[in-house]
Design a protein around this ligand. Structure first.
Ligand SMILES: *Cc1c(COP(=O)(O)O)cnc(C)c1O
Length: 381
C-alpha cells in the first residue's frame, strides 16, 4: 500500500543547493579576505530558510537578522556566532533578552541609545552604531553622532560603527558615502562595517572590519556585469512540470484577460506554478522559462550532470500568470510533453533574468517564495 507521502503530487519544488551557499560564502571570503563576514539571513534567508542557511553558512563570523525572535531561535538552535539585529530594538522591553542571549543590536536613533543607557546594559550588548551618510533611511545624523558615541563609550559599550550604501550597485556609487563615513570615523579606533554584496564584490575600499553580504550568498548577483553571473551559484532552483498541453489556432488567446493572442498555430504548455507560489504575476509574456523536453532536469538523480543544463531549452511565458498555473510557448519544442520538467529560475536560468523581465529584482522573487512550495535540500548540487 502506498503512503500519502509516496504518491506523486503537484510537481512544483524549490530545491535548495546547500553547497552553492557554501561556495558563495567562499567567494565572499576571497573578495574580502581581511574582513569578517556577517552573513545576512533576514527575511527567512531571502526565502531559503533561516536555519537551513545558517547551518550551510556556519563558518561565517556572524549572522544578521531583523527580529529578536529570529535571533533567539538561532541561539536556541545552537548557533554561537555573533548575531546582529539589523534595525536594533523596536522597544526597550527587548533589551534584557538581548543581554541574556548575547545578541548585538544596531543603534540607528538616539532613543535606542537612551534606552540602552537607561537600562544600564551598554556594556552587556554589542552595539553597532549606524551613521546616516546619505541613504536617509536609518542612522544618526552627523550632528547627533559625536554626543551619542561619547555617552555610549563612557558607559563602556562595545562599539562597531556602520553605514549602508544606497547605490553600491552602480560604478562609483559608494564614493560619496564612503568619504562621508571616513570623515566621521577614520580618527576613531573602532571596528567599522559598510559593505553589502555589491560593495563587497566591486568596492574593496569599503571592506573595513566587517562585510555584510546578503544576496550574493544566495547566488544572485547584485551587479549587472555578466562576470558575476558565473562566479556565484544559484542556491535555489524553482522547478515544476508541464501538466497540460493545448494546440491553438492563430487568433486564439491564452489565459485570463486574453492578453496573449496567438499570431499563428501554437502549442501551449501549462505549468504547475502560479503567483500563489511566489511567481510574479506581473511577469509579462516573453519572460524566460526553461523546459526540458526530453525529461532530464528536476529529480533525475541518476545522471546529475544531465540535470542542470543538458537538454534544457529556453522558451517564454505567454499570457497572464494565474494563481496556480502559468502558460509557456511550446511551439518550437515538439518533444515537450505532459510531465516535461520546467525550471522557473535557478540552475540554468538565473533568477536575475526572470526578475529583470518582470521589472523587479532577484531579492523580491527569492523572498516571495510561498510557504506552500515544498522544499527539497540538495546537499551536493
Ligand atoms: C539587507 C542588508 C544587507 C545585505 O544586502 P545585500 O544587497 O543583500 O548584500 C547589508 N546591510 C544591511 C544593513 C542590510 O539591511
Amino acid at each position: 500500500m502506498r503512503t500519502a507521502a509516496s504518491i506523486k503530487s503537484r510537481p512544483l519544488r524549490a530545491t535548495l543547493h546547500l553547497s552553492a551557499l557554501r561556495h558563495n560564502l567562499a567567494i565572499a571570503r576571497q573578495h574580502a579576505p581581511n574582513s569578517r563576514i556577517l552573513a545576512v539571513i533576514k527575511a527567512n534567508a531571502y526565502g531559503h530558510g533561516m536555519l537551513r542557511a545558517a547551518r550551510a553558512l556556519e563558518t561565517a563570523d556572524g549572522f544578521a537578522v531583523l527580529n529578536l525572535s529570529e535571533a533567539i531561535h538561532l541561539r536556541e538552535s545552537g548557533f554561537r556566532q555573533f548575531i546582529l539585529l539589523l534595525e536594533g530594538i523596536f522597544s526597550a522591553d527587548e533589551l534584557p533578552e538581548l543581554a541574556r542571549h548575547q545578541i548585538g543590536c544596531v543603534i540607528h536613533a538616539t532613543w535606542q541609545a537612551d534606552a540602552i543607557l537607561d537600562a544600564g546594559l551598554a556594556p552587556e550588548i554589542p552595539v553597532w552604531l549606524k551613521l546616516n551618510t546619505g541613504m536617509n533611511r536609518l542612522g544618526l545624523q552627523v550632528g547627533d553622532f559625536e554626543s551619542v558615541l561619547g555617552r555610549l563609550q563612557n558607559a563602556g559599550a562595545r562599539l562597531t560603527l556602520m553605514t549602508h550604501f544606497s547605490r553600491a550597485d552602480e560604478p562609483g556609487g559608494t564614493c560619496a558615502q564612503l568619504a562621508r563615513f571616513e570623515g566621521m570615523t577614520s580618527a576613531l579606533a573602532l571596528p567599522r562595517s559598510m559593505a553589502n554584496s555589491a560593495a563587497l564584490l566591486s568596492a574593496p575600499t569599503t571592506h573595513a572590519d566587517w562585510v555584510r553580504p546578503g544576496i550574493m550568498l544566495y547566488g544572485a548577483s547584485p551587479l549587472d556585469a555578466p562576470k558575476y553571473l558565473n562566479l556565484l551559484k544559484p542556491a535555489m532552483t524553482l522547478s515544476s512540470e508541464i501538466i497540460s498541453i493545448q494546440s491553438i489556432q492563430a487568433g486564439e488567446t491564452v489565459g485570463y484577460g486574453d492578453t496573449f493572442i496567438a499570431p499563428c498555430e501554437m502549442r501551449v504548455g501549462t505549468v504547475a506554478c502560479g503567483y500563489a507560489d511566489g511567481y510574479p504575476r506581473h511577469a509579462p509574456s516573453g519572460t524566460p522559462v526553461l523546459v526540458y523536453p526530453q525529461g532530464a532536469g528536476r529529480g533525475c538523480k541518476a545522471d546529475k550532470s544531465a540535470t542542470t543544463t543538458l537538454g534544457g531549452q529556453r522558451t517564454r511565458l505567454i499570457g497572464r500568470v494565474s494563481m496556480d498555473m502559468l502558460s509557456v510557448d511550446l511551439t518550437n519544442l515538439p518533444d515537450a510533453r505532459i510531465g516535461s520538467p520546467v525550471t522557473l529560475w535557478g540552475q540554468g536560468l538565473p533568477v536575475e533574468e526572470v526578475a529583470q523581465a518582470a521589472g523587479t529584482i532577484s531579492y523580491e522573487l527569492l523572498c516571495a517564495l510561498a510557504a506552500r512550495v515544498p522544499v527539497v535540500e540538495d546537499e551536493d548540487g
